[in-house]
Design a protein around this ligand. Sequence first.
Ligand code: NDP
Length: 326
Amino acid sequence: MEYRRLGSSGLKVSELSFGSWVTFQAQLDDSKALECIRTALDHGVNFFDNAEVYAGGEAEAIMGRVFKKLGLRRVSYVVSTKFYWGLHEGANERNTLNRKYLMQAIDGSLRRFQMDYVDLVFCHRPDPHTPMEEIVRAMNDMIVQGKAIYWGTSEWSADQLMHAWQVADRYGLHKPQMEQPQYNMFFRERVEREYERLYSELGLGLTTWSPLASGLLTGKYNAGIPKGSRASLPGYEWLAERTITKERLETVRRLHDVAVDLDCSMGQLAIAWCLKNAHVSTVILGASSVAQLGENLEARRVVAKLTPDVMERINSLLGNDPHVRK
Ligand code: NDP
């Protein structure tokens, strides 16, 4: 496993990491989650992603129990959580980043994790209804209180990120160190174009999500929605509708030939393609079984095969290079 710096910070994260959205509780109970986490650790993964809202807090509780059972030194792994949607319906408990919500949210997460601190804490979405200074101070205070080590954002615009950074800079507060955007063969604009100047100017690191576009990029949906797959899960109809389009399925079918030529699976090609981007600190993998995770972790071996010619071939098949204006 290679380790990359989280932007300009000194923290090293494994270039492939493991997340818990959808899977923890719904598809992976404690013992299966433990098997997956152990597999990831055996491959050198040191970063595990989570959020308050995943399975209504249960994903944090499962991960916490697993790490307790594994009995590892706390410094040997990196854990994250994210706040915004909340767990309750109250005016100050959902869809907010106000100080009152954030300060109790971190305590709730630490209780569920049974940990003294999380390494990375994210503002899961922007909140236009809370002043930036209030958000930045609350995130800074979590770090000062020893409850988190670094803070960052998820799906914030470049302007919002720049604003947060400037507020932190003005008041000498901890700055946002990382962003968690969607990044895969279908979602490129933000990472490859919108954030471009933030890497050098702010030293921003990226922990990117959905490298397989929820599984679409494995080719598993080419012939319909398989039973038990994410798109078939009750409550995820919206995801299936949003993700699986005729145009994308055609692209996946076309890309399949590249995977065959490189002697890898379609999913491994898609993950390796994300790893090729040097601005990505870590690609967060999702998996509903140890077998999937094992296959995905082997994607590292494909990176060396992605020569400039192959990348160009993929680029023209995708037809969505953000630097090429149509
Ligand atoms: P992917 O796009 O890689 O999708 C993972 C899913 O694809 C799996 O759960 C599985 O679903 C299917 N899959 C994975 N590998 C294979 C394989 N080898 N063969 C067949 N099917 C496979 O990643 P996620 O969308 O899960 O995102 C990864 C992580 O990123 C999340 O766990 C979370 O931590 C984070 N995230 C953050 C977000 C944010 O807003 N900040 C939003 C979303 C995710 P199945 O078997 O059920 O079909």
